[in-house]
Ligand binder design. Structure first.
Ligand code: FES
Length: 408
């Protein structure tokens, strides 16, 4: 097996913890790090079964420049993310081969690889530690990471979970706002793998499908914005334009009825409410590729146009990513902010290891488990123009799983 993620015992996890470890660690976390998953003295009461796997779903990123080719190849072969029609089998590898050198260069510019695995593993581990204390009836909570296009791949994770004897799992999307291209693609993959490797349904799944306005998410975004605004002079501060930037979608996906644009807008509105609408703001969209129409306005163009209009105090906020990766470290920091050469154009820090964000993750999982593992009703509604059999079967699968998970 290519990847052994968090082999059975939590104590096997690395303890690197950037921002969290630099702050005062709550006493229950300190105890937890020293304990095994079944320590009877840590205040939690483990359930009689073998606990709950918390599976963080995300797209992932190449850990080294050598992994870029495989990463892109998987990405361009994913019909849920980039539908290329009946020739996808040929076009996907062709496009990925052509793009590999350019993307390798971008990763080399940000240190040689994506930090998304480091951050996701940290978030998973710390959230599970907290969850053991705030929801002991489903403990021990064991962290897993399942990436769609990079190691640890969803396939390796599902096989590892089966071998670990997992019987109850929460598929926890790390995309706060739902898109069929992102969370939908990961769920289609989990469904496909469950059918392939788990025909007896050893693992009962439930799904946390979206959390665009969770108060902890809103709070951590708002605080990072406030921290950045504090770096401007008092006379400039309220004039800074907040540019919330999210990954764009092709208009064909938007017009199919994808919920993502509305949910990203919901996050932006909630954050602005928390900030009392003190600053002007716009929601803009980044990372468009290819010649087809994509949702705009584009982040890069927006920055250029505002600079031309004399507005040179701009704060970019990555609003749909939960950690740094190429779209923040290269596209926003080096391409857009670097090229603009304006000291007033800055970026708010990503969520990464912020303890407020970790607490939000634990709270979202706790609420889900208290609510008998229910997803939002939105999960089961297909896009009005969806014609995908994968989507239909995936939704039927998870609806059935939810019923069975609630009974465990
Ligand atoms: Fe949205 Fe299938 S594309 S449910």
């Amino acid at each position: 097996m290519a990847s052994l993620l968090f082999p059975t015992g939590r104590t096997a996890l690395p303890r690197a913890s950037a921002r969290l470890s630099s702050l005062a660690r709550p006493s229950y976390l300190s105890r937890r790090f020293l304990a095994t998953a079944s320590d009877p003295n840590d205040g939690s009461t483990s359930s009689s079964n073998n606990g709950t796997a918390i599976v963080m779903l995300n797209m992932g990123g190449p850990g080294t420049t050598d992994e870029v080719g495989d990463f892109l190849s998987r990405l361009f072969m994913d019909k849920d993310l980039i539908p290329l029609g009946p020739l996808q089998k040929y076009l996907g590898p062709l496009i990925s081969r052509r793009r590999t050198p350019k993307i390798q260069h971008q990763y080399s510019e940000i240190g040689g690889g994506s930090p998304i695995r480091k951050w996701t593993e940290l978030q998973a581990r710390e959230a599970c530690n907290l969850l053991d204390h705030i929801h002991p009836s489903t403990a021990p909570h064991t962290p897993y990471v399942a990436f769609r296009y990079a190691s640890p791949l969803t396939e390796d994770t599902v096989r590892q979970m089966l071998s670990d004897g997992v019987t109850r799992a929460v598929a926890f999307t790390q995309y706060p706002q739902y898109s069929c291209s992102t969370t939908g693609s990961s769920l289609n993959e989990v469904w496909r793998l469950a059918k392939k490797y788990d025909p007896t349904n050893q693992i009962k799944w439930s799904v946390i499908d979206r959390w665009p306005t969770h108060p902890g998410l809103v709070e951590v975004f708002a605080r990072h914005i406030e921290e950045s605004l504090a770096t401007y002079s008092p006379s400039e501060r309220e004039e800074v334009v907040l540019l919330f930037s999210a990954h764009s979608l092709p208009m064909s996906v938007v017009n199919r009825g994808d919920p993502y644009p509305a949910e990203v807008a919901a996050t932006v509105w909630a954050v602005m409410q928390r900030l009392k609408f003190k600053n002007p703001y716009r929601l803009v969209w980044q990372s468009q590729v290819g010649p087809s129409a994509w949702l705009g306005a584009q982040t890069a163009t927006t920055v250029e146009e505002y600079v031309k209009k004399g507005q040179t105090n701009l704060l970019l906020i990555p609003i749909a990513f939960t950690s740094d990766h190429i779209e923040t470290l290269y596209e926003l920091d080096l391409e857009i902010i670097g090229d603009a050469k304006q000291p007033g154009i800055k970026r708010a820090e990503s969520l990464n290891g912020d303890p407020i964000f970790i607490r939000a993750l634990a709270d979202i999982a706790k609420n889900h488990l208290e609510n008998a593992g229910r997803s939002t009703p939105q999960l089961y509604l297909r896009c009005p123009k969806c014609t995908s059999e994968r989507c239909r079967e995936q939704k039927a699968f998870f609806r059935q799983q939810q019923t069975e998970a609630a009974a465990t």
